[in-house]
Design a protein. Structure first.
Length: 592
């Protein structure tokens, strides 16, 4: 197997294998054709579209081969979405190369204007980045190099330089102190008297920016040792080693704190950029996408929030959170058809995952049954040690042994798949529950009930959907009969689940339906195993202690102690003679 095949195999197993991707890029750039290199870059950047370093690498590859149209195409694809100082510096290098001669002289007045436009474009994109100092310096040096052709040009040059200096000295960048020194020299060379005025006016903002840069540098320096492999975003592992995530959160909080003492528009701009930078590093963290979207909502740009969340859904197709928040924003904007599409896609994706796991489980169960059944021949009889004393095969004993073995292995398979399907079932149920709530809010009772009827038939949905629907019917639709009907439907399907019984019992107690509450309790404790019914006993006994007849309470308590001998009369007395946080009997009489 070649190196390329090896790396491709690793990527096919894990598309976020940064090491394999980096190695594949290197070997392809070293040995592949131009088309092969482009194909690998395009595939890579589809996975990591926020990697400015690799967009730059791609553009450099094409630039060295003088494929200008490819370079321009690359810039068009990435410059409006990727905030990378290194990428934008290469873009400026390209613009300068296209508009100057080998000696460095600008070709024409039009070329000068093109360079200025490019510099302004870049500074508007990444000018507030802490590493943008070299770009500000480049702009200042370019303005200095322009030869004025008249006194008016000379004044324009002075004014433009002063304006650019004053923009740069209030931004915390890695060239801040150098730029301040140059500005000081610039003003003093022009006029010492006016220099004092200009410098004293700007000095407080410069000092604030200098202090802010040192604080910011400390935050980013602390993250240096925790960058993900190859500095590419990686899916979260949610371990105690998420230091890169912690560092970015600290930086965002720092920007929110407004250390530069900016007015609201400028503060919002810095915070927005901080979130964009964090998204490049933490692309696979749902929380960051949601926070960034909320920031846009907060700054009165809900459409931008929707666009960002739509992208988040594409990046994180298995994240319930980004689907839920995206759907909520669509609901707020009254885009109900698209809201339904978001929920439908999420429910469909989760159902498909569960269908696939269920099919694999059934296949595994059938396979193990076939394999073990095959042992019913002579060799299986020897293996299972099922011969009779006379040496003849005891067929009945052999069949029993085979059945036991099938049962044992099947239980292991069931347990293994349950551990994988259980969390997905809960995720699916949460999705359909939130979906029905959204439809009730946005479309009303009839669409809500129709949707519930359809979604509850999905075989993996748990009892939670029925409890949610029943309570919505009771509290919001004010329909006690419908609520009871939904609970009864749930009882048919989930009557063996104590958690559902508890929810139904709690509802009956709350609506003061004592007769049906007692009937449900008696039915549950009769049908459920004792170890599964304890919480039901505890709930109903507590209800009787607080609100029931004394004889009924004492009788029920006797039954309880008989069912659970590990419980003591001492514990029951402390429970019986207490209320909320009033447990003075336990404290005074039992010393607890």
């Amino acid at each position: 197997m070649s190196k390329t095949q090896t790396y491709e195999a690793q990527i096919s197993k894990d598309k976020y294998n940064a090491g394999a991707w980096s190695a594949l890029l290197k070997v392809t750039m070293d040995t592949g054709t131009e088309d092969e290199v482009r194909a690998v870059f395009d595939r890579f950047l589809a996975i990591y579209p926020s990697s400015g370093a690799h967009w730059k690498m791609y553009a450099e590859y094409e630039f060295k081969r003088e494929h200008r149209e490819h370079v321009v195409n690359i810039f068009n694809r990435c410059l409006t979405t990727v905030l990378s100082v290194d990428l934008y510096q290469f873009y400026l290098d390209y613009i300068f190369a296209m508009n100057t001669v080998s000696s460095g002289l600008v070709i024409s007045t039009e070329a000068q204007d093109t360079i200025v436009q490019a510099l302004e474009f870049v500074l508007n994109r990444v000018g507030i980045d802490k590493d943008a100092g070299p770009i500000w310096t480049k702009y200042i040096e370019f303005l200095k190099s322009r030869e004025p052709r008249s006194q008016m040009d000379e004044q324009w040059k002075i004014d433009n330089l002063r304006k650019t200096f004053q923009r740069a000295i209030v931004i915390p960048t890695n060239h801040l102190e150098q730029i301040w020194k140059e500005y000081d020299m610039f003003e003093n060379n022009l006029n010492r008297f006016t220099a004092k005025k200009f410098l004293s006016e700007k000095s407080p903002a410069y000092m604030t920016a200098r202090t802010a840069y040192r604080e910011m540098r400390g935050i980013f320096d602390s993250m240096e040792n925790y960058r993900p492999p190859f500095n590419l975003p990686a899916p979260p592992k949610w371990s105690n080693k998420e230091n890169n995530y912690v560092g970015w959160r600290k930086y965002i909080e720092w920007e929110h704190g407004n250390p530069l003492r900016l007015e609201t528009p400028e503060l919002n701009q810095r915070v927005n950029v901080a979130y964009k930078q964090a998204l490049a590093a933490l692309r696979f963290y749902p929380e960051i996408w949601v926070e960034a979207a909320q920031q846009f909502v907060k700054t009165d740009n809900p459409q931008k929030a929707v666009e960002l969340l739509k992208e988040a859904v594409d990046v994180l197709p298995h994240s319930s959170l980004v689907h839920f928040v995206y759907a909520e924003q669509l609901e707020v904007q009254k885009n109900i058809p698209e809201m339904r599409t978001v929920y439908t896609n999420l429910v469909g994706a989760l159902t498909t995952q569960l269908d696939n796991l269920s099919a694999r489980k059934e296949k595994a169960l059938a396979t193990i049954k076939e394999r073990i059944t095959a042992l019913t021949n002579e060799s299986a009889a020897d293996l299972l040690n099922s011969r009779s004393a006379s040496g003849a095969v005891d067929v009945a004993a052999q069949k029993r042994a085979v059945a036991r073995l099938i049962d044992q292995r099947s239980k292991l398979i069931e347990a293994r798949f349950k551990s994988r399907m259980g969390p997905l079932q809960r995720e699916l149920t949460l999705a359909v529950t939130i979906y029905t709530r959204a439809v009730r809010r946005s479309e009303g009772t009839v669409p809500f009930r129709r949707l519930f009827t359809r979604l509850r038939k999905i075989p993996y949905v748990t009892y939670h959907l029925l409890v949610s629907t029943a309570l919505i019917e009771y509290y919001f639709e004010k329909d006690m009969t419908m609520a009871g009907n939904v609970f009864e439907v749930g009882l048919k399907h989930f009557g063996s689940e104590s958690d559902f019984i508890i929810q139904y019992l709690d509802h009956l107690i709350r609506i003061n339906d004592n007769v049906n509450a007692q009937a449900l309790f008696e039915r549950a404790v009769s049908n459920l195993p004792v170890d599964q019914a304890k919480d039901i006993w505890d709930m109903y006994l507590n209800y009787q202690v607080n609100y029931g007849d004394i004889q009924a309470t004492l009788s029920l308590e006797t039954r309880y102690l008989a069912a659970y001998p590990e419980e003591t009369l001492r514990n029951r007395l402390m429970e019986r003679f207490s209320f909320l946080d009033l447990d003075t009997v336990a404290e005074r009489d039992f010393g607890v």
